[in-house]
Design a protein around this ligand. Structure first.
Ligand SMILES: [Zn+2]
Length: 387
């Protein structure tokens, strides 16, 4: 019986190897398989590598590489385990397998680039398992969500469901902007809050609810009202803006700042039994001013304090806002950019209007330098707390 040393020597002379420089120079990229254990893999790997630990190689390879003639390069830490793996793959009928000489350490010594792979803690794998099971999301998508920063303007009717679903989904940083305190009349629709939170700041109540839903989420509280002086600083730190404002002046301001900062805005508004939703994309066209070029005169604006709203309506619209935000973060599907979705709760109907960019739009029209947009504080249309 040959010992380990002679077996290894035998494999070294009989199996094909490739060094780092030759692998990089290959014209056709082979399938690269990392056959190390999890604790090795998480510390660094080749960017293109498919990770199949040695113990699962034979059982999983056929799902990863269906073509037995496809070029494959296997690597481990130092180039020994990958030789045994190469032999196993040959025995399974793979005809073009090579072992990376020197393994991952040889690769690093040769100065080749590598990455720290997307991994999650065991408790996160469990928490987000229904996302990870979706091939369109997967581990990499969940990692994107955890790295994403979303800000909700308003911790009220729309901000409640949007922030709660974003927190549950694992959006890693959630900014909440609201200067108000919780009132009993909010609780008919603002499900972030509850009877035990009356009179406390909405951002504090929001933080308690969101952290309880998901401790992974970093809740950043902004107990303030957005205005022309603080808007750029407030929104600049985030990737996606959820506009749940209850008034026109905030919507215009958010639109103008977002165009300056080139950030996408997910806009929704609610009134009585009807909700509207659209996405103003990061490139800013069409924008809110294409839809409503100027604020209505105060006497025509619906009075927020008197305007009633069906309590569940912001639940529907805010949940749709969270959906659009998650799609934007993951780069999935078709966004509502250029389309206004109108929900009529009484008729149980969704309608859609096409939004067009207005070439004369004061903020996104032809020849407008967005970096130079002047921020304006319009007069208050109504002084009521967030709807
Ligand atoms: Zn516009």
């Amino acid at each position: 019986m040959p010992g380990y040393d002679s077996l290894l020597k035998d494999l070294r002379t009989s199996l094909p190897e490739i060094d780092a420089a030759s692998l990089v120079a290959l014209k056709t990229q082979p399938v690269i398989i990392d056959c190390r254990e999890a604790d090795e893999y998480v510390q660094g790997a080749l960017a293109q590598a498919v990770w199949i630990p040695r113990g699962f190689l034979e059982s999983k390879i056929e799902k990863t590489v269906t073509d037995r003639a496809a070029p494959i390069v296997v690597y481990c830490a130092g180039g020994v385990r990958s030789l045994f793996a190469t032999r196993s793959l040959q025995e399974l009928g793979y005809t073009n397998v090579r072992s990376l000489a020197g393994g991952f350490s040889g690769w690093k010594k040769a100065g080749q680039p590598w990455i720290t792979p997307h991994t999650l803690r065991a408790d996160q794998e469990n928490r987000y398992s229904r996302h990870i099971l979706l091939p369109e999301v997967g581990l990499a998508g969940q990692q994107k969500l955890l790295a994403a920063k979303v800000v909700c303007i308003g911790a009220g009717g729309l901000g409640s469901p949007s922030s709660m679903y974003l927190a549950a989904a694992g959006v890693g940083t959630l900014g909440m902007i609201d200067d108000d305190t919780v009132d009993t009349s909010n609780l008919q629709r603002q499900i972030l809050h509850g009877n035990d939170r009356l009179q406390i700041p909405k951002v504090d109540s929001a933080e308690r609810t969101l952290k309880n839903l998901n401790p992974d989420v970093n809740v950043v509280k902004h107990r303030t009202r957005i205005n022309s002086g603080n808007a750029e600083e407030l929104l600049g730190a985030y990737d996606v803006i959820i506009d749940g404002a209850d008034n026109f002046q905030t919507r215009y301001l958010v639109n103008d700042v977002a165009l300056k900062l080139q950030k996408p805005v997910i806009h929704a508004s609610i009134f009585r039994f009807e909700g509207q939703l659209t996405v103003f994309p990061a490139n800013g066209s069409p924008c809110y001013r294409c839809l409503y070029p100027q604020p209505p005169p105060p006497e025509d604006a619906p009075s927020c304090a008197e305007g009633g709203v069906l309590g569940v309506l912001p639940g529907v619209m805010g949940t749709l806002q969270a959906t659009e935000a998650i799609k934007l973060i993951l780069g999935l599907g078709t966004s509502l950019a250029g389309r206004l979705l109108i929900y009529d709760a009484l008729a149980a109907k969704f309608r859609e209007l096409k939004l067009r960019r207005d070439p004369k739009c004061p903020t996104c029209g032809d020849g407008v330098d967005r970096a130079k947009i002047q921020l304006v504080d319009y007069d208050q249309f109504c002084a009521s707390p967030s709807r």
